[in-house]
Design a protein around this ligand. Sequence first.
Ligand SMILES: [Zn+2]
Length: 309
Amino acid sequence: MRPMKVLWVVSLLAATAAFAGEGNEGSGGGGLAEQNVRFAYANLGRSLDMCLASPSCQLTAEETRLVTSVRKSGGGQLVFLSEKENPGTFLIDGAVRVAKTEYAVGATIYLNKDLLYSANAKGELKAIDTAAASGALLHELGHQQGERSHDKLDLLAAKLRSLLLLDTQRLTYIFADNIALTALNQLESGLATRSTQLLVEDGENLTDLTSLVASRVPCAEIFGPGTEVESFLLWNLHWGHSESRFYGGVIRMAVEGNLEMQCKTPAGGRPISSGWAIRGHLNLVKSHDAAPYRIDSPSSTRFYITPAE
Ligand SMILES: [Zn+2]
Protein backbone atom coordinates (compact mmCIF):
# COMPACT_ATOMS: atom_id res chain seq x y z
CA MET A 1 0.00 0.00 0.00
CA ARG A 2 1.27 3.42 -0.90
CA PRO A 3 1.78 5.95 1.84
CA MET A 4 -0.73 8.76 2.11
CA LYS A 5 -0.14 11.14 -0.74
CA VAL A 6 -2.48 13.95 0.03
CA LEU A 7 -1.89 16.22 2.97
CA TRP A 8 -5.13 17.44 4.46
CA VAL A 9 -4.82 21.08 5.08
CA VAL A 10 -7.00 23.39 7.09
CA SER A 11 -5.26 26.66 6.38
CA LEU A 12 -6.76 28.56 3.51
CA LEU A 13 -3.51 29.58 1.88
CA ALA A 14 -1.86 26.23 2.40
CA ALA A 15 -4.88 24.60 0.76
CA THR A 16 -4.21 26.53 -2.39
CA ALA A 17 -0.61 25.41 -2.46
CA ALA A 18 -1.63 21.80 -1.89
CA PHE A 19 -4.01 22.00 -4.84
CA ALA A 20 -1.29 23.20 -7.13
CA GLY A 21 1.03 20.38 -6.13
CA GLU A 22 -1.50 17.60 -5.68
CA GLY A 23 -1.50 14.53 -7.87
CA ASN A 24 1.18 13.19 -10.12
CA GLU A 25 -0.52 13.19 -13.47
CA GLY A 26 1.14 16.36 -14.69
CA SER A 27 -0.08 19.90 -14.36
CA GLY A 28 -2.03 19.98 -17.61
CA GLY A 29 -3.70 16.62 -16.97
CA GLY A 30 -7.41 16.39 -17.55
CA GLY A 31 -10.30 18.67 -18.25
CA LEU A 32 -12.43 20.78 -15.98
CA ALA A 33 -14.09 17.83 -14.24
CA GLU A 34 -10.74 16.29 -13.34
CA GLN A 35 -9.57 19.67 -12.05
CA ASN A 36 -12.74 20.05 -9.99
CA VAL A 37 -12.19 16.59 -8.48
CA ARG A 38 -8.57 17.41 -7.64
CA PHE A 39 -9.59 20.71 -6.11
CA ALA A 40 -12.31 19.02 -4.06
CA TYR A 41 -9.80 16.41 -2.86
CA ALA A 42 -7.15 18.94 -1.87
CA ASN A 43 -9.81 20.83 0.11
CA LEU A 44 -11.71 17.87 1.49
CA GLY A 45 -10.25 18.22 4.98
CA ARG A 46 -11.69 21.72 5.22
CA SER A 47 -15.04 20.59 3.80
CA LEU A 48 -15.28 17.75 6.31
CA ASP A 49 -14.46 20.13 9.17
CA MET A 50 -17.33 22.32 8.05
CA CYS A 51 -19.65 19.33 7.91
CA LEU A 52 -18.58 18.11 11.36
CA ALA A 53 -19.01 21.58 12.87
CA SER A 54 -22.29 22.45 11.22
CA PRO A 55 -25.78 21.38 12.28
CA SER A 56 -26.72 22.04 8.63
CA CYS A 57 -24.83 18.90 7.60
CA GLN A 58 -27.32 16.83 9.67
CA LEU A 59 -25.01 13.93 10.39
CA THR A 60 -26.24 11.00 12.43
CA ALA A 61 -24.02 9.76 15.25
CA GLU A 62 -22.85 6.90 13.02
CA GLU A 63 -22.04 9.30 10.17
CA THR A 64 -20.19 11.62 12.54
CA ARG A 65 -17.96 8.72 13.59
CA LEU A 66 -17.31 7.77 9.98
CA VAL A 67 -16.54 11.33 8.82
CA THR A 68 -14.25 11.83 11.83
CA SER A 69 -12.33 8.67 10.89
CA VAL A 70 -12.06 9.77 7.26
CA ARG A 71 -10.85 13.20 8.37
CA LYS A 72 -8.11 11.64 10.51
CA SER A 73 -7.01 9.08 7.91
CA GLY A 74 -6.72 11.08 4.70
CA GLY A 75 -6.61 9.15 1.46
CA GLY A 76 -4.54 7.81 -1.38
CA GLN A 77 -3.86 9.15 -4.83
CA LEU A 78 -6.45 9.78 -7.52
CA VAL A 79 -6.39 7.96 -10.86
CA PHE A 80 -8.74 8.90 -13.71
CA LEU A 81 -9.79 6.12 -16.11
CA SER A 82 -12.44 5.78 -18.80
CA GLU A 83 -14.96 2.95 -18.41
CA LYS A 84 -15.45 2.98 -22.20
CA GLU A 85 -11.74 2.41 -22.76
CA ASN A 86 -11.51 -0.09 -19.90
CA PRO A 87 -14.84 -1.94 -19.92
CA GLY A 88 -15.83 -3.42 -16.58
CA THR A 89 -13.41 -1.36 -14.52
CA PHE A 90 -16.23 0.47 -12.74
CA LEU A 91 -18.86 -2.29 -12.86
CA ILE A 92 -19.44 -2.91 -9.17
CA ASP A 93 -22.37 -4.75 -7.58
CA GLY A 94 -24.24 -4.66 -10.90
CA ALA A 95 -23.93 -0.94 -11.64
CA VAL A 96 -21.38 1.25 -13.41
CA ARG A 97 -20.06 3.59 -10.70
CA VAL A 98 -18.45 7.00 -10.81
CA ALA A 99 -15.52 5.83 -8.69
CA LYS A 100 -14.02 2.87 -6.90
CA THR A 101 -11.45 2.10 -4.25
CA GLU A 102 -10.50 -0.65 -1.81
CA TYR A 103 -11.55 -1.32 1.77
CA ALA A 104 -8.20 -0.02 2.93
CA VAL A 105 -7.17 3.37 4.24
CA GLY A 106 -4.85 5.15 1.81
CA ALA A 107 -5.86 3.04 -1.21
CA THR A 108 -5.92 4.62 -4.64
CA ILE A 109 -9.25 6.14 -5.67
CA TYR A 110 -10.13 5.42 -9.31
CA LEU A 111 -12.52 7.86 -10.98
CA ASN A 112 -14.63 7.06 -14.01
CA LYS A 113 -13.90 9.89 -16.44
CA ASP A 114 -16.99 9.05 -18.52
CA LEU A 115 -19.32 9.88 -15.62
CA LEU A 116 -17.61 13.10 -14.56
CA TYR A 117 -19.39 14.91 -17.39
CA SER A 118 -23.12 14.94 -18.11
CA ALA A 119 -25.09 16.49 -20.96
CA ASN A 120 -27.37 19.43 -20.20
CA ALA A 121 -30.66 20.21 -21.99
CA LYS A 122 -28.75 21.76 -24.91
CA GLY A 123 -26.63 18.62 -25.24
CA GLU A 124 -23.48 20.36 -23.99
CA LEU A 125 -21.22 18.43 -21.64
CA LYS A 126 -21.05 19.90 -18.15
CA ALA A 127 -18.33 18.95 -15.70
CA ILE A 128 -19.10 17.65 -12.21
CA ASP A 129 -18.93 20.57 -9.77
CA THR A 130 -16.65 20.72 -6.75
CA ALA A 131 -19.53 20.07 -4.32
CA ALA A 132 -20.61 16.87 -6.08
CA ALA A 133 -16.96 15.84 -6.45
CA SER A 134 -16.46 16.29 -2.70
CA GLY A 135 -19.43 14.01 -2.06
CA ALA A 136 -18.16 11.35 -4.46
CA LEU A 137 -14.73 11.38 -2.81
CA LEU A 138 -16.25 11.12 0.68
CA HIS A 139 -18.23 8.10 -0.56
CA GLU A 140 -14.98 6.37 -1.61
CA LEU A 141 -13.14 7.34 1.56
CA GLY A 142 -16.07 5.92 3.53
CA HIS A 143 -15.46 2.57 1.78
CA GLN A 144 -11.81 2.84 2.82
CA GLN A 145 -12.98 2.94 6.43
CA GLY A 146 -14.76 -0.39 5.87
CA GLU A 147 -18.29 0.85 5.15
CA ARG A 148 -19.76 -1.46 2.49
CA SER A 149 -23.13 0.13 1.82
CA HIS A 150 -23.16 2.29 -1.32
CA ASP A 151 -26.59 3.63 -0.31
CA LYS A 152 -25.43 4.80 3.10
CA LEU A 153 -22.43 6.51 1.53
CA ASP A 154 -24.56 8.09 -1.20
CA LEU A 155 -26.74 9.65 1.51
CA LEU A 156 -23.66 10.92 3.34
CA ALA A 157 -22.27 12.31 0.07
CA ALA A 158 -25.55 14.14 -0.58
CA LYS A 159 -25.39 15.76 2.87
CA LEU A 160 -21.87 17.06 2.24
CA ARG A 161 -22.82 18.27 -1.23
CA SER A 162 -25.86 20.16 0.10
CA LEU A 163 -23.78 21.82 2.79
CA LEU A 164 -21.16 22.94 0.29
CA LEU A 165 -23.80 24.36 -2.05
CA LEU A 166 -25.52 26.21 0.81
CA ASP A 167 -22.76 28.77 1.19
CA THR A 168 -21.64 28.88 -2.41
CA GLN A 169 -22.15 31.87 -4.65
CA ARG A 170 -21.79 31.16 -8.34
CA LEU A 171 -21.71 33.89 -10.98
CA THR A 172 -22.11 32.89 -14.60
CA TYR A 173 -21.38 35.39 -17.35
CA ILE A 174 -24.59 35.85 -19.32
CA PHE A 175 -22.93 36.11 -22.73
CA ALA A 176 -20.62 33.12 -22.25
CA ASP A 177 -22.05 30.60 -19.84
CA ASN A 178 -18.83 28.60 -19.76
CA ILE A 179 -17.34 31.47 -17.73
CA ALA A 180 -18.16 31.25 -14.03
CA LEU A 181 -16.81 32.64 -10.80
CA THR A 182 -17.46 30.55 -7.69
CA ALA A 183 -17.08 31.78 -4.12
CA LEU A 184 -16.94 28.86 -1.69
CA ASN A 185 -17.74 30.36 1.68
CA GLN A 186 -17.10 28.91 5.09
CA LEU A 187 -19.47 30.73 7.41
CA GLU A 188 -20.11 28.24 10.16
CA SER A 189 -19.68 29.70 13.61
CA GLY A 190 -18.45 26.37 14.92
CA LEU A 191 -15.15 27.04 13.19
CA ALA A 192 -12.67 29.71 14.14
CA THR A 193 -12.50 31.51 10.83
CA ARG A 194 -14.92 32.66 8.20
CA SER A 195 -13.35 32.42 4.80
CA THR A 196 -13.88 32.35 1.07
CA GLN A 197 -12.12 30.48 -1.68
CA LEU A 198 -12.58 32.14 -5.05
CA LEU A 199 -12.41 30.05 -8.23
CA VAL A 200 -12.82 30.89 -11.87
CA GLU A 201 -13.52 28.43 -14.66
CA ASP A 202 -14.00 28.70 -18.41
CA GLY A 203 -15.22 25.22 -19.31
CA GLU A 204 -11.65 24.02 -19.78
CA ASN A 205 -9.64 25.23 -16.82
CA LEU A 206 -10.24 25.86 -13.15
CA THR A 207 -8.08 28.53 -11.53
CA ASP A 208 -7.96 29.18 -7.81
CA LEU A 209 -7.83 32.95 -7.30
CA THR A 210 -7.75 32.75 -3.49
CA SER A 211 -4.02 33.46 -3.12
CA LEU A 212 -4.22 36.30 -5.60
CA VAL A 213 -6.99 38.02 -3.60
CA ALA A 214 -5.21 37.27 -0.30
CA SER A 215 -2.07 38.94 -1.64
CA ARG A 216 -4.07 42.17 -1.97
CA VAL A 217 -5.68 42.13 1.48
CA PRO A 218 -4.05 45.01 3.43
CA CYS A 219 -3.71 43.43 6.89
CA ALA A 220 -0.25 44.92 7.51
CA GLU A 221 -1.34 48.40 6.40
CA ILE A 222 -4.27 48.37 8.81
CA PHE A 223 -2.98 46.44 11.80
CA GLY A 224 0.75 47.12 11.60
CA PRO A 225 3.90 45.54 10.15
CA GLY A 226 4.17 41.79 10.36
CA THR A 227 0.40 41.29 10.41
CA GLU A 228 -0.58 38.55 7.99
CA VAL A 229 -3.74 37.59 6.20
CA GLU A 230 -5.45 34.61 7.78
CA SER A 231 -8.57 34.59 5.62
CA PHE A 232 -11.09 36.79 3.93
CA LEU A 233 -14.79 36.57 3.26
CA LEU A 234 -16.40 37.78 0.03
CA TRP A 235 -20.07 38.46 -0.46
CA ASN A 236 -22.36 40.28 -2.84
CA LEU A 237 -20.10 39.42 -5.76
CA HIS A 238 -21.42 40.64 -9.10
CA TRP A 239 -20.17 41.47 -12.56
CA GLY A 240 -19.51 45.18 -12.90
CA HIS A 241 -20.93 47.21 -15.78
CA SER A 242 -18.79 50.25 -16.29
CA GLU A 243 -15.49 48.50 -16.76
CA SER A 244 -16.72 45.58 -18.87
CA ARG A 245 -15.71 46.52 -22.39
CA PHE A 246 -13.88 45.34 -25.46
CA TYR A 247 -10.18 45.91 -26.02
CA GLY A 248 -9.56 44.51 -29.51
CA GLY A 249 -10.70 40.89 -29.17
CA VAL A 250 -10.43 40.92 -25.39
CA ILE A 251 -13.35 41.48 -23.04
CA ARG A 252 -12.30 42.98 -19.75
CA MET A 253 -14.83 41.67 -17.22
CA ALA A 254 -15.19 43.73 -14.07
CA VAL A 255 -15.99 41.95 -10.80
CA GLU A 256 -17.15 43.75 -7.68
CA GLY A 257 -18.11 42.73 -4.19
CA ASN A 258 -17.68 43.22 -0.45
CA LEU A 259 -14.84 41.92 1.69
CA GLU A 260 -14.13 41.22 5.33
CA MET A 261 -10.59 40.37 6.33
CA GLN A 262 -9.35 38.28 9.22
CA CYS A 263 -5.73 38.99 10.09
CA LYS A 264 -3.09 37.56 12.41
CA THR A 265 -0.74 39.92 14.28
CA PRO A 266 2.81 38.96 15.31
CA ALA A 267 1.58 38.98 18.94
CA GLY A 268 -1.04 36.37 18.09
CA GLY A 269 -4.02 38.70 17.85
CA ARG A 270 -6.68 37.93 15.27
CA PRO A 271 -8.29 41.23 14.37
CA ILE A 272 -11.12 41.42 11.85
CA SER A 273 -11.90 44.36 9.61
CA SER A 274 -15.12 44.77 7.63
CA GLY A 275 -16.33 47.49 5.32
CA TRP A 276 -14.09 46.83 2.34
CA ALA A 277 -14.88 46.71 -1.34
CA ILE A 278 -13.16 44.44 -3.81
CA ARG A 279 -12.91 45.23 -7.49
CA GLY A 280 -11.12 43.28 -10.11
CA HIS A 281 -11.06 42.23 -13.70
CA LEU A 282 -10.65 39.09 -15.74
CA ASN A 283 -9.70 39.22 -19.38
CA LEU A 284 -11.67 36.98 -21.73
CA VAL A 285 -10.26 36.14 -25.14
CA LYS A 286 -12.05 34.74 -28.16
CA SER A 287 -11.10 31.12 -28.74
CA HIS A 288 -11.36 29.01 -31.87
CA ASP A 289 -13.02 25.94 -30.38
CA ALA A 290 -16.62 25.39 -29.33
CA ALA A 291 -16.71 27.68 -26.31
CA PRO A 292 -16.81 31.32 -27.35
CA TYR A 293 -14.44 32.80 -24.76
CA ARG A 294 -11.64 31.62 -22.52
CA ILE A 295 -10.07 33.25 -19.50
CA ASP A 296 -6.86 34.88 -20.60
CA SER A 297 -3.75 33.87 -18.68
CA PRO A 298 -4.57 34.11 -14.95
CA SER A 299 -1.62 36.50 -14.63
CA SER A 300 -3.75 39.15 -16.35
CA THR A 301 -6.35 38.92 -13.55
CA ARG A 302 -6.21 41.81 -11.09
CA PHE A 303 -7.90 42.66 -7.79
CA TYR A 304 -7.96 45.87 -5.78
CA ILE A 305 -9.30 46.31 -2.28
CA THR A 306 -10.49 49.71 -1.12
CA PRO A 307 -12.68 51.04 1.71
CA ALA A 308 -16.34 50.49 0.82
CA GLU A 309 -18.08 53.71 -0.20
ZN1 LIG B 1 -19.83 2.80 -3.23
